[in-house]
Design a protein around this ligand. Sequence first.
Ligand code: ADP
Length: 615
Amino acid sequence: MDVLVINAGSSSIKADLLDANDGARRVSLRVERVGTADCFARWDGGPPESLGAADHESALAAALPRLMAAARGGKVEVVGHRVVHGGERFVTPSAIDDDLVAELHKISHLAPLHNPANIAGIEAARSLLPDALHVAVFDTAFHATLPRRARTYALPYELSERLGLRRYGFHGTSHAWVAGLAAQWLDADLRDLRVVTCHLGNGASLCAVEYGRSVDTTMGMTPVEGLAMGTRAGDVDPGILIDLLRRGEVDVDGLDHLLNRESGLFGLSGVGNDLRDIEARAAAGEDRCQLAVNVYCHRIVRLLGGMVAVMGGVDAIVFCGGVGENSAQIRSRVASRLGYLGARLDEERNATARVSRGDQAVARISGDNSRVALLVAATDEELAIARATVSVGRDRHVLDDGAPSGIPIAISARHIHLTCEAVDQLFGPGHQLTPRKPLSQPGQFACEETLTVVGPRRRLESVRVLGPERRACQVEISRTDEFHLGLDAPVRASGDVAKSPGVTLIGPAGELELTEGVICAWRHIHMRPEDAERFGVRDKDVVDVAIDSEGRDLVFGDVLVRVSPKYVLEMHVDTDEANAAELRSGAEGVLDATGATARVLRRRQDTTRNHEEPR
Ligand code: ADP
């Protein structure tokens, strides 16, 4: 499918019409000096063609016929828009509607250089292509998995809460893409790898991709934090900023300009921000250019160490972006400082490494004896955006539509479901289960009755029975309970007890030997159809879910979605899982609310097509 990918900057528009399967560009447009009297366009790197005075909309309108003509069928049905900042709400690619645009306006202050321009591009494209599906793909989204400790500034807590001060991270589309390329190249599952991705372009950031998830990154609430960049300062002692303001050296706008436009390689070298020039002048002995290169590399080495430390090790380090893909010198200067990680650069491979989008996207620059794979990868943010756009287009659902997505979490303690016959046998003929407390799922209740569960090794006393009666007996216990009882129960959805181990139940009126029925409940979310619609998931989908908790943020993979109009929105975890996420409940019952909430991050799998069970 052909997708139009638009990346609108304040004075530029990049638009690529590309095949979302193989990334082939049908046509590539670069418009510059948007908003001035001499706006011009280049097609496929060709000569500039004047557009006269043009804003985003008139520039796109002028280009549209040619873009359409290049599309298969002469029609553009889906448009992917790069949006730099998605704030707290947008953590997955999202179909654009008026509400989303309104939300983007509200969070524009978070990326004042980028988001207003992105919105201008969206508004122009929507008015010119009103029938197309427009999808926003956010640079911040990949970092939605940053744990609380990594995204929190050590500022007064209330202030951060009130103003939404936190680290978001950027270049997420690129980090995710090249981490995926690295895994493919290594013939490994990204979920088994710890990767540091180094996106070194005009803007630059590092990302710690631990088992497929971003767990730290060098950019923060805005793209100024972290590495020294083309024109951005990266980390500076905030005390300097206070001092500059106090001395009247700059006002607030001046400070913004200083940090974003006049610093980095530009400010250090005094000859511009293009590293090619700076490298050439450094080689010719110009002191400030040498200093610029040294500071640039030193900062990468220093922050890269931090990324590795956060993950407790690293399997691969990937360089990408204009600098990362092209400057053998920068890669060499950085990589030669990584011996402490067991990383060995092969200078020959490094000097000759050439990557390009498509089949030659990855090159190895480490030696055969390197403990860490050093790779160069050609990032392709447009293709990543095109793919994300198509996947939203395919099912017209988004995982997070921007609506508040907190899912209440309850801890499910060990419990037993019984058949009517089992109730008779254990509590006496004709016995009626006595409701003690209703559970959140309608019709379900915890009973006064408890039983002893006897396993091969030990027993568990006073295990609560849940009502009403069911068609099969089922004992739901945690992994720790399994060790205690001395059995190995499978992780299963409720009701799926075939070939599970048995256990003996002892009640006041008798014993019952179950031949099967002991399971470790597959962590799951109950939701109504309207919730499922909101989260863009279906019954039996498997999703990743992030849990924010005090000190032990956790992302749970393999969370099963159960959808029924009879349910109430709630995620159920067992006691082991709750402990792992430091979730606490006030009450001591069977299914206790924790007060914590979970967020659906992404859909992993639709189990209606694949019945493998996770363990
Ligand atoms: P952006 O972040 O704007 O997308 P790029 O990723 O294209 O930028 O990176 C642009 C930067 O890459 C240029 O400013 C230049 O400094 C650097 N660059 C490109 N090619 C080379 C090269 N051969 N050697 C050194 N630096 C290069």
